[in-house]
Ligand binder design. Structure first.
Ligand code: SF4
Ligand code: SF4
Length: 371
C-alpha cells in the first residue's frame, strides 16, 4: 500500500475532524426524527383506563371524541418507544427472580370496564411477589425521567402519579384481582422502584362513574381552568382549542353533531338512522358530517333542516352539512373558517357549486398580478 511521505520541513496537514463528523450526524438524527414524527397514531376506540384519572373532564371528553389529537415530535416518539421496549426487559427480570408472570407483551389481557371504557394490563402475576408470594397481582410498568422518579421515591404512586394509581384501580376492578405491583424504572440511571397497591373499590367505582358520565355526555364539560397561563393548561394538547380558537381540526363521526355515544358502548348516527357506526367507519365519517356545536367558535342557530346546522359567522348564517351551492362541508369550515361567510366565497359558490374552500391565504403574500 502507498504511504504518504512528508517532505522535510513541510507542515503536518490539519484535519477539521469536528466539522466532518458532526454535520452528517445531525442530518441523520434529523431524518430519524422526521421519520418518527410523520407516523400517525391510530386513535383508540375506547375510553382508556389510563386516562380516567386525568385532572380535566374536558380533556377526557375531547380525546375520547377524537376532537383534539396529540402530536408529538420525533424525539418524544422515540422516547415512548424506549419505554415500550423496556416492558420486555422488566418482564424478563421479574420472571428471573421467580415471579409467575403471564399475559405480557403481545398477549396482554384486555380489561372490559363496561360501556365505552376499557384497557389492557401490562401483565398478571399469579404468584411469587416477595412478601406476598401466593397473592395474584396485576402489574403496571412505567419508565420515568429523573425528576419524576425522584418525586416518586419521596412519596408514593398515589401522591406522585395519581393517573397511574387510578389506572391500576380500574384494572384490578375489571379483573377481580385485589393487588397491583407498580414497577417504575428511572430512564437516567436504571434504578428500579416497586410498590404494592391495594384495590380500593370505592375509588374504582368513582372512576367508573366519571367515565360513564364523560363518555356519554352530549355537551362539552367545563374546563378545569380558564387561565391560559396555568401550567397544566399550558402543557395540554387542547390549549389552543380551549384558550385560543375553539375549532376542532378533525372530521370523524365523533366530532359530528349527528352522532351519539350510548350507554352500551356504541355510537349511533341520527343522520343515517343506525344504532352503531363501526369504529373503522367512525375514523373518517361521511360527506354528511356536521361539526358538533361545542367544537366550533360560532353560535348555532335554528337550521330548519335536521340534516344541517347553521352557524352565525361574522353576522352571516352559514350552513354546514352535505356540501352544495348553499351549504359548506365541515372540512371547508375548518379550512376556511370566517372566509366561508364572505360575500366573494358565497358568489363563487353559487356560480360554481362544485367549488370547494380548501384554505385561506394571506392576500398580502400572494404574488403580484401580471398585466
Ligand atoms: S387546556 Fe386546560 S381546560 Fe382545556 S382540556 Fe386542557 S387542561 Fe382542560
Ligand atoms: S352523519 Fe356521517 S359523519 Fe356524522 S355520525 Fe353519521 S356517519 Fe358519522
Amino acid at each position: 500500500m502507498g504511504k504518504i511521505e512528508r517532505e522535510a520541513g513541510a507542515k503536518a496537514p490539519v484535519f477539521d475532524m469536528a466539522k466532518i463528523s458532526q454535520q452528517p450526524t445531525d442530518r441523520v438524527a434529523e431524518a430519524i426524527d422526521a421519520y418518527h414524527e410523520a407516523k400517525s397514531d391510530v386513535a383508540r376506540p375506547h375510553l382508556g383506563a389510563s386516562i380516567l384519572g386525568h385532572h380535566c373532564d374536558r380533556w377526557i371528553w375531547l380525546s375520547f371524541r377524537w376532537a383534539v389529537r396529540e402530536k408529538f415530535p420525533g424525539r418524544i416518539r422515540r422516547l415512548f418507544r424506549r419505554g415500550h421496549k423496556e416492558e420486555n426487559v422488566i418482564t424478563d427480570d421479574l420472571r428471573a427472580i421467580g415471579l409467575d408472570l403471564r399475559h405480557t407483551g403481545y398477549d396482554q389481557q384486555v380489561v372490559e370496564l363496561g360501556g365505552h371504557m376499557g384497557g389492557s394490563v401490562d401483565g398478571i402475576i399469579e404468584s411469587g411477589v416477595p412478601g406476598a408470594e401466593t397473592a395474584r397481582h396485576i402489574v403496571e410498568y412505567k419508565t420515568h425521567a429523573l425528576k419524576s422518579f425522584e418525586d416518586l421515591l419521596k412519596t408514593c404512586v398515589l401522591d406522585s402519579k395519581p393517573m397511574h394509581w387510578c389506572q391500576m384501580q380500574l384494572y384490578m376492578h375489571g379483573l377481580g384481582i385485589e393487588r397491583a405491583l407498580y414497577v417504575a424504572v428511572c430512564k437516567n440511571d436504571d434504578r428500579i422502584y416497586t410498590e404494592r397497591v391495594r384495590y380500593d373499590p370505592a375509588s374504582a367505582e368513582k372512576l367508573l362513574d366519571r367515565g360513564r358520565r364523560i363518555s356519554t355526555a352530549e355537551r362539552i364539560p367545563d374546563p378545569i381552568s380558564t387561565n391560559p397561563s396555568w401550567w397544566k393548561c399550558k402543557f395540554c394538547a387542547a390549549h389552543s382549542f380551549c384558550h385560543e380558537r375553539r375549532l376542532t381540526q378533525e372530521v370523524n363521526c365523533r366530532t359530528c353533531a349527528h352522532s351519539t355515544p350510548t350507554d352500551d358502548g356504541k355510537w349511533g348516527c341520527a343522520r343515517w338512522k343506525v344504532d352503531h357506526v363501526e369504529v373503522e367507519h367512525q375514523r373518517t365519517g361521511c360527506h354528511a358530517h356536521v361539526l358538533h356545536p361545542d367544537m366550533v367558535p360560532w353560535p348555532i342557530k335554528d337550521s330548519g333542516d335536521s340534516n344541517e346546522a347553521v352557524y352565525e359567522i361574522d353576522g352571516v348564517d352559514v350552513r354546514n352539512g352535505e356540501a352544495d351551492a348553499f351549504t359548506f362541508a365541515s372540512q371547508e369550515l375548518i379550512a376556511g373558517g370566517e372566509a366561508c361567510a364572505s360575500q366573494e366565497v358565497g358568489e363563487v359558490r353559487r356560480v360554481f357549486p362544485g367549488a370547494k374552500v380548501k384554505e385561506v391565504r394571506d392576500a398580502t403574500r400572494l404574488p403580484a398580478e401580471s398585466n
